[in-house]
Ligand binder design. Sequence first.
Ligand SMILES: Nc1ncnc2c1ncn2[C@@H]1O[C@H](COP(=O)(O)OP(=O)(O)OP(=O)(O)O)[C@@H](O)[C@H]1O
Length: 288
Amino acid sequence: MTRNTNGLAVDVRGLRKRYGDVTAVDGLDLGIRRGEVFGLLGPNGAGKTTTVEILQGNRDRDGGEVSVLGTDPASASRAWRSKIGIVWQDESAPAELTVRETVRHFARYYPRPRDPEKVIGQVGLQAKADSRIKGLSGGQRRRLDVALGVIGDPELLLLDEPTTGFDPAARRRFWELIRSLADEGTTILLTTHYLEEAEELADRLAVVASGRVVAEGTAAALRDRFGSDAVVEWTEADGRPRRESTGTPTRTVTELAGRFGGEVPGLRISRPTLEDVYLRLTGQENAR
Ligand SMILES: Nc1ncnc2c1ncn2[C@@H]1O[C@H](COP(=O)(O)OP(=O)(O)OP(=O)(O)O)[C@@H](O)[C@H]1O
């Protein structure tokens, strides 16, 4: 079934999913524009993986409307599947094959695959191209999973915690890959627990808690809307440290500069971070 969703790559309304007594997704709404990188954040058990699995067509839903690239994933065709890139958590690639053999093998499933050598390079596995999968480390294995997710040159890439287990250099390389895919017009949805990653990559974010979206927007908009006051810190002439929470830090600093006749000793201004906002929205602000 195909329906018009106003140019949205992903259009989800009132999504519901229960596992027995557990309500995993509880009326979730989501709209992802074509060409956008969208980040899904939320605490453990919030319903992110369940949502992504439903979008991939790998899990039934109990209610709500879902359209992915104009199609309901519950009745999706093979042609639709070839337009979606999925990074599996537990990829079942044959352990005896090498990285190169595996990536080439998966490329054959798609009508217009990317160049396997280029993709192996983009995930930083050139040096391991001739190694067997069973000899890869956990992080290298995960990088191979990402390679298999993008090899079909998908229109939409659905990534569930793609960089878990990556070392810092591999994570940065992955970010470059995501940016280059986004530059080429790929729509990308990723879930992550790394707020820095979400801020770095996502054009827009949604925070999910208890199976529904509690806030949505750019990182800057979320900080503005849900962030607390800025904190201005300085040192008084007698050496005492001072600290003031304020919604108008520029005014505070201007007043201080006037009072000190120029430079304010020990001046520091901190704005609420995305992490502060996230913890607040998910009711975990006392976790710090
Ligand atoms: N196959 C399943 N059978 C039963 N309950 C499940 C199943 N999968 C998930 N759940 C439950 O549904 C809820 C949502 O789980 P889900 O994996 O979607 O959350 P998540 O946001 O992806 O969490 P995490 O950040 O830990 O990956 C949780 O309470 C989880 O225990």
